[in-house]
Design a binder for this molecule. Structure first.
Ligand code: BTN
Length: 243
């Protein structure tokens, strides 16, 4: 894996998209920055990206057009992040599809963007992890958020975390290329936030309300509706407890 380290950038995902033609077609290129001036979240949201305190990274790589379960790639990154946190003796949860929570609050988010070319898919898989952000800064975020420092009371080494995430993701991506989401299904379902609880999920058109039940083998969410039918949500965002 090649790492490109930037100081300040608008967004590592935007930079990656603008420069993708210069990156290797055969290995992962990882773009990281100390600060982002226009960090992007899902659904056009802003990602708070102050200098020096957090991890902002975008993994750039190509996949064959026929790759299985492409829609669940963001979830693979969330699984990689969760495995890293578990190896650090923490107890993360994953809020479907790919928010990583600690103590019920958002610790990391994933933004997966793709471009379809004639014979490959170019992937820009961005991940933001709140590492050493203090409580005051966390309160500026428009949803309940936390950082590793806030949860554990100590300062974390960003470079060491990035190195571990890179190794974990590189190995997870190889598995994904061969077997799709299946190898991540169990871990993901075990870590699923709000499992067994009533949640609401907006799929871009309609808000579905039901019990957060399980995942399909390719990572979609099964909601058990009040009319006793199961509804599978392909894209969207889960909201529980009014958050
Ligand atoms: C979300 O939860 O809404 C996704 C947040 C993704 C943030 C990361 S930080 C690195 C990369 N660059 C961006 O502009 N966004 C992603």
């Amino acid at each position: 894996m090649k790492t490109i380290r930037l100081d300040t950038v608008d967004s590592t995902n935007t930079y990656a998209k603008q420069n993708a033609v210069n990156f290797s077609a055969h290995e992962i290129t990882c773009i990281t920055a100390e600060a982002q001036t226009a960090g992007r979240g899902r659904f056009g949201r802003h990602w708070v990206s102050p200098k020096g305190t957090n991890l902002y990274a975008t993994f750039v790589f190509r996949l064959p057009l026929e790759t299985m379960h492409l829609k669940s790639l963001g979830q693979v990154m969330a699984a990689s992040m969760a495995k890293l946190l578990i190896s650090e003796k923490l107890h993360p949860q994953i809020k479907w599809p790919n928010d990583v929570l600690l103590g019920g609050k958002k610790l990391a988010g994933v933004l997966c963007e793709t471009e379809f070319h004639r014979d490959f898919v170019q992937v820009f898989l961005g991940v933001g992890l709140n590492v050493n952000m203090d409580r005051g800064e966390l309160e500026t975020i428009d949803q309940p958020a936390t950082s590793l420092k806030n949860e554990t009371g100590r300062v974390w080494d960003k470079a060491a975390l990035l190195q571990k995430l890179q190794a974990q993701f590189a190995s997870d991506l190889e598995q994904f290329k061969h077997a799709g989401f299946e190898p991540f299904h169990n871990l993901f379902e075990n870590l699923l936030a709000h499992k067994g609880q009533v949640v609401r999920c907006f799929d871009g058109k309609k808000t579905w309300e039901g019990i957060c039940h399980s995942l399909t083998s390719d990572g979609q969410l099964n909601l058990y509706l009040a009319d006793k039918t199961m509804h599978t949500v392909i894209a969207g965002e889960v909201k529980g407890d009014g958050k």
